[in-house]
Design a protein around this ligand. Structure first.
Ligand SMILES: *Cc1c(COP(=O)(O)O)cnc(C)c1O
Length: 369
């Protein structure tokens, strides 16, 4: 049974895949015929295409975005005794990866207009134990990488990108995936580039890091002798079926991102003045993974959206520094905590039409409080 469809879906995965039906059909029949289901030629082809798309030399397909972050940290030799600077405004996976490798997340606050990590606060959070900064490109907009690079270089830190929400985004002309030591991507279905299940990738320009991560993600296996396990690794690999689907969808990613940008432009023009989209920095070219606005009375707006059958979300209602899981590291951070009560994510996806966008804007405008 399928759930009743809303007038405006928050995320229209059914509609998105309907358009690709024939191409996907060809792709998975080819995988069935090939007999490769984990790794193999589809994965290798996707890795090469996605690395090129990001402007980086190497891509290693892994099982999901969280694994990609963990593998990068381990590949960089980060572990117990180290601290890693993480913006408090992110999906918990960023901080989880730090904890999983045995390091300590050091949460920092965000800028009030972009809601992205504030490079000055990142600089202020550096201690003698700091090993890395994870720049999270949240909602589709890249963090200020030149400013963060200056901080990282000054203190000899690794600069890692969490690009799970930023496939194709640019900052000062540089694409997500080629702006740091390594980038973690997620292909969770709802992301800008989504698989039909879990998937992820590490993208890097560093060949030695890429081969360490490839080895770690495949049971520590030697690249030349599959029965020789050089380190104790794990199993975190990309499936051939997912890679075949991702190849189809990668070819349409720029068009899909352009369609998202058009939706965002119409929101900016038609939303009431008190409903304020996050600011885009002058050097940023975002890919609008989420349409995040700040509103004075979220309950009133969401009640109006619910009544009209319009999907919505909140990313994220509880900042990482206030999550029970990270209570030990939970210093108070005023900007992210204040924003958490005002943020609202409106529907955004490549298949939204003008009628639907205007319905969202009119419904928001009609909210009573
Ligand atoms: C989705 C996401 C992740 C985790 O990706 P998974 O593939 O779900 O493990 C990490 N960081 C951010 C910012 C995300 O949005």
């Amino acid at each position: 049974m399928t759930a009743p469809r809303r007038t405006v879906e928050f995320l229209d995965l059914v509609g998105q895949h309907d358009r690709l039906h024939d191409q996907l059909d060809v792709a998975w029949k080819a995988v069935l015929a090939s007999g490769y289901f984990v790794g193999g030629p589809e994965v290798a082809a996707f890795e090469a295409e996605f690395a090129a798309y990001c402007g980086a030399a190497h891509c290693v397909g892994v099982a999901n975005g969280t694994d990609a972050l963990e593998l990068i940290l381990t590949g960089l030799g980060i572990g117990p005794g180290d601290e890693v600077i993480v913006p408090a405004n992110t999906f918990v996976a960023t901080a989880e990866a730090v904890c999983t490798v045995g390091a300590r997340p050091r949460f920092v606050d965000v800028a009030p207009d972009t809601l992205l990590i504030d490079p000055d606060l990142a600089a202020a959070a550096v201690t003698p134990r700091t090993a890395a900064i994870i720049a999270v490109h949240l909602f589709g907009q890249m963090a200020d990488m030149p400013a963060l690079r200056a901080v990282a270089d000054r203190h000899g830190l690794a600069l890692v990108e969490d690009a799970a929400q930023a496939h194709g985004a640019r900052f000062a002309g540089v694409r997500a995936g080629s702006a740091g030591a390594a980038a973690a991507f997620s292909f969770y279905p709802g992301k800008n580039l989504g698989a039909l299940g879990d998937g992820g990738a590490v993208v890097t320009g560093d060949p030695a890091l890429a081969s360490r991560i490839r080895r770690l993600a495949d049971h520590g296996r030697s690249p030349v002798d599959r029965h020789r396990h050089e380190v104790s690794g794990r199993n975190s690999r990309l499936d051939s079926l997912q890679a075949a689907v991702l190849r189809v969808k990668l070819s349409g990613l720029d068009d899909a991102n352009r369609a998202r940008a058009a939706v965002m432009r119409r929101y900016r023009t038609n939303l009431p003045v008190w409903c304020v989209p996050v600011t885009v920095a002058p050097a940023a070219q975002p890919v609008h993974h989420l349409a995040v606005v700040q509103v004075p009375d979220r309950a009133a707006v969401t009640a109006a959206l619910d009544a009209a059958g319009i999907g919505w979300g909140v990313h994220y209602p509880v900042p990482c520094n206030r999550q029970p899981a990270f209570a030990t590291y939970g210093e108070r951070l005023p900007v992210v905590e204040a924003a958490a009560d005002r943020i609202l994510s409106l529907p955004i996806h490549p298949t939204l039409d003008h009628f639907q966008i205007d319905l969202v804007c009119d419904t928001v405008r009609g909210a009573q409080w």
